[in-house]
Design a protein around this ligand. Sequence first.
Ligand SMILES: Cc1cc2nc3c(=O)[nH]c(=O)nc-3n(C[C@H](O)[C@H](O)[C@H](O)COP(=O)(O)OP(=O)(O)OC[C@H]3O[C@@H](n4cnc5c(N)ncnc54)[C@H](O)[C@@H]3O)c2cc1C
Length: 342
Amino acid sequence: MIIVGSGLAGLALAQDLAKSGDEVRVLDKARGVGGRASTRRWQDRMVDHGAQFFTARGERLEALIFGWLAEGWLKVWTRGFGQFEKGEFLKLGEDSYARYAPTEGMNRIGKVLSQGLSIGLETEIVRCERRANSWLLEDSRGNFYEDEQVIFNLPAPQIVALLGEVCQTSPHPVLHSLCHTLEPVRLSPTFTLMLALEKDLKVDWKGAQSSGHPISWLSRDHTKRADSAPPTLVIHAANEWSGENLERDKTEVERQMLIHARELLGDSLEHSFSQLHRWRYATPEVFYPDKCFWDLELGLGWCGDWCGTARVEGALESGWALAERILAQGRLLESAGGVSKV
Ligand SMILES: Cc1cc2nc3c(=O)[nH]c(=O)nc-3n(C[C@H](O)[C@H](O)[C@H](O)COP(=O)(O)OP(=O)(O)OC[C@H]3O[C@@H](n4cnc5c(N)ncnc54)[C@H](O)[C@@H]3O)c2cc1C
């Protein structure tokens, strides 16, 4: 089986299948695993520019967290956030609920989940073809990968971009209508601005949520790291604002975000360098109506946070649900030579 995308859903799925003895290979266009739960190494810093922290409501993630805390790379980062409303600071909202963050960055979760797996990085799948009994994938360098079973762990619009033509032209009745089930799924964009601060902010929160304003989130990212970590601020633009400014020149987006951040934090916000990241598909807004999809006859499936809940735990649970579905059907293609580069 080939899994396209090493987001947390894809890795959770791959781990469960591999533990059951199935041969899986994960391909991802990025240089590292973990997808949107990612960390940028930036000069002398590590900065989480996607997911900021995670929470656990289900038993399976709670059990994993228990082990990860004991291993020492995960900590309870905070138990509440500062709250801004319409540009005004309201309060520090402590609620005693644990928000977890790895001390060396959110991508640690993906690294842990990818242990023992076969992963091909910097492999962007650009084309997908349905053969008689298999799928043929082509990457941006012209390499081909063929397997009877393919899972996509990509944001839904990116699956549609890859599968669209196959769906439209296929005589197979299920495949023909399949893309229509993905088309309603929507993910909104987010701009992340990272600032290397001259000095830390004089505030009593580690992270702060903001509503009714172009900025939706502020995080003193260094408070997740060792005490000596240099002060770093992560700023998210609100989804709506990000959508309105999506195609704007990045220098201008950064300038505007700084103006809006100063509306919340004051003019004393000084930084020595900065970086902007645009997430075109950040937050699911319209969800797929099931936790995952799997069709044994087609050998096709998908998973991701847009199949469940828009957060780290939602992605993991979608991957676990898909593994359960595949294993319950009791027939994963035996493929010692099944995943072949042709
Ligand atoms: C800015 C931001 C802040 C967030 N904050 C939080 C938070 O604080 N707490 C929380 O719980 N969640 C947060 N989330 C959500 C969380 O990051 C996601 O729910 C989760 O990481 C999604 O995982 P996934 O497996 O569904 O997919 P993704 O992480 O999107 O993985 C998809 C993978 O597919 C790869 N890919 C894409 N196209 C191709 C291709 N053509 N070929 C090969 N590979 C490809 C990508 O490189 C990526 O690795 C945040 C997300 C963003 C963007």
